[in-house]
Design a protein around this ligand. Structure first.
Ligand SMILES: *[C@@H]1O[C@H](CO)[C@@H](O)[C@H](O)[C@H]1NC(C)=O
Ligand SMILES: *[C@@H]1O[C@H](CO)[C@@H](O)[C@H](O)[C@H]1NC(C)=O
Ligand SMILES: *[C@@H]1O[C@H](CO)[C@@H](O)[C@H](O)[C@H]1NC(C)=O
Ligand SMILES: *[C@@H]1O[C@H](CO)[C@@H](O)[C@H](O)[C@H]1NC(C)=O
Ligand SMILES: *[C@@H]1O[C@H](CO)[C@@H](O)[C@H](O)[C@H]1NC(C)=O
Length: 424
């Protein structure tokens, strides 16, 4: 009864207000069009996912603390690094749309992985030869230029294609549509080959992702006032490419593009898996080199893991200041399924190395992490049961390992934690 009475009162009140009438276009034109600094997205929009993850957590102090932040106004944080643009859980990776969504979700640093085209322009792609799984190239006439054009599945043999940025020019690259990474190995037609998005991602925004040159990426991120991380991808063709394009020219070109865009080196985090690239940047241009990031995937097996830990002092002595291993290198299982810092983490910390880590939100539902032998949870899979465990991982990385930032395929997840705990 009381509920009904209240709704009637509201209905009468609303009917009595002239403001309830629809507004004309003229009325809207007379109103100012938003906050003057809106361009810089000074607030972050975090959406429903962080709360979904928090609700899924085990009861306890961390859940209470994160729940208490559910109504906060969030701002961008450099602790939150937009992997492949920052929204590739749902948006085509390395596209304008992924960068825009990652920016909105408060990533303070946005990533572009670079590869080169046949005319030696740098473009954002996670692999020099992934155009057949991340764009629509096989259904365009550019398919004919691919290292291996599309060939259909036949008699139990899988469909194949291999298309590289170095097969085409920048102008040709710009004519492609970015899509969700994946392919259909049973495809008998090029159209069918495009399908293969895991069910826990989505094709909702894969209508025609806008592919980016590195120059366009710099301009876009700069226009939003955020910072940058460019990864120099390993060439998939012998270097020097085309006679005289050496690895050093390729590494130098990244710096030239930052300089031409007038970006201060303190806003640029260059990365490579190759120690030679990082060593080159350190020597050739210390302003950029001093915060160059050495990506490390040298410890994927228990035996190579100890070697990777041992090698950290070599990197430190060589002048590397930032190392970036995958998530699972930094954690181990302690008592009662607790996540604790690993040997890698404690060694890197003791050496005074700064640490970044990758990549959260690439694994799909965590209830299957152990069954799927998920790469990013491999050292803690036996203590990982559900999506809510993701914030246990973020918390140990942030407050115990002391990482400087976390790459994520869905920036809001890290931005939420960063705001709640004051990591900026
Ligand atoms: C497919 O396999 C069958 C049985 O092995 C064979 O008879 C046929 O010739 C094959 N077709 C082609 C196109 O390779
Ligand atoms: C994969 O390709 C096969 C053959 O072209 C087709 O029958 C199937 O529907 C495709 N799968 C998807 C998910 O598109
Ligand atoms: C590299 O070779 C191209 C021709 O393939 C030539 O136009 C260019 O000047 C050369 N660049 C350098 C730095 O030698
Ligand atoms: C240490 O790193 C350097 C540079 O990447 C490499 O050449 C060397 O093989 C590594 N050593 C071990 C033991 O992994
Ligand atoms: C997880 O548990 C299984 C079964 O007890 C064991 O074989 C495996 O080594 C454990 N994995 C890790 C990383 O400790």
């Amino acid at each position: 009864m009381q509920v009904k009475a209240a709704s009637i009162a509201i209905a009468i009140f609303a009917a009595g207000q002239t403001s309830a009438l629809p507004k004309t276009e003229e009325w809207w034109k007379s109103k100012p069009g938003g906050h003057p600094t809106q361009h810089y997205f000074q607030n972050a929009e975090l959406g429903p996912r962080p709360q979904f993850l928090v609700t899924d957590m085990d009861e306890g102090w961390l859940k209470d603390r994160l729940s208490a932040c559910s109504d906060m106004v969030a701002r961008p944080s450099k602790f939150s690094i937009g992997h492949r643009g920052g929204a590739c859980l749902q948006f085509p990776e390395e596209t304008r749309e992924s960068v825009e969504a990652g920016t909105r979700m408060g990533a303070g640093i946005l990533e572009c992985d670079v590869a080169f085209t046949s005319d030696r322009e740098l473009v954002c792609r996670h692999d020099q030869c992934d155009l057949h799984t991340t764009t629509n190239i096989v259904v365009t006439e550019l398919n004919a230029k691919c290292t291996t054009p599309f060939s259909p599945a036949l008699n139990g043999t899988e469909a194949t294609a291999k298309c590289c940025t170095s097969d085409i020019t920048l102008a040709e690259f710009k004519s492609l549509c970015g899509k969700m990474d994946g392919y259909n190995a049973s495809a008998t037609t090029p159209e069918d080959f495009l399908h293969g998005t895991p069910a826990w991602r989505t094709d909702l925004y894969a209508t025609c992702g806008t592919v980016l040159s590195h120059k366009e990426f710099l301009e876009l991120v700069d226009s939003h006032g955020r910072d940058f991380t460019t990864e120099l991808k390993q060439p998939r063709v012998p270097m020097p490419f085309d006679g005289n394009y050496t690895q050093e020219l390729y590494a130098q070109q990244v710096i030239e593009e930052y300089r031409a865009a007038g970006i201060d080196p303190s806003r640029a985090w260059l990365q490579s898996f190759s120690f030679a690239d990082v060593a080159y940047w350190l020597q050739a241009d210390p302003a950029f080199g001093k915060q160059a990031v050495l990506l490390d995937e040298s410890g994927d097996t228990p035996a190579s893991f100890s070697a990777a830990v041992a090698n950290l002092s070599f990197y430190k002595d060589a002048g590397v200041q930032v190392v970036a291993p995958p998530l699972q290198y930094l954690v181990a299982l302690g008592e009662g399924d607790e996540y604790v810092p690993s040997d890698y983490a404690t060694t890197a910390k003791a050496l005074g190395l700064k640490i970044l880590t990758w990549s959260l939100e690439r694994s799909g539902p965590l209830a299957q992490a152990a069954a799927n032998d998920d790469y990013y949870y491999s050292t803690i899979a036996n203590g990982t049961f559900k999506d809510g465990d993701m914030y246990r991982l973020v918390d140990v990385l942030a407050r115990q390992v002391g990482v400087m930032g976390i790459f994520s395929d869905w920036s809001a997840t890290v931005t939420y934690y960063a705001n709640c705990f004051g990591f900026f």
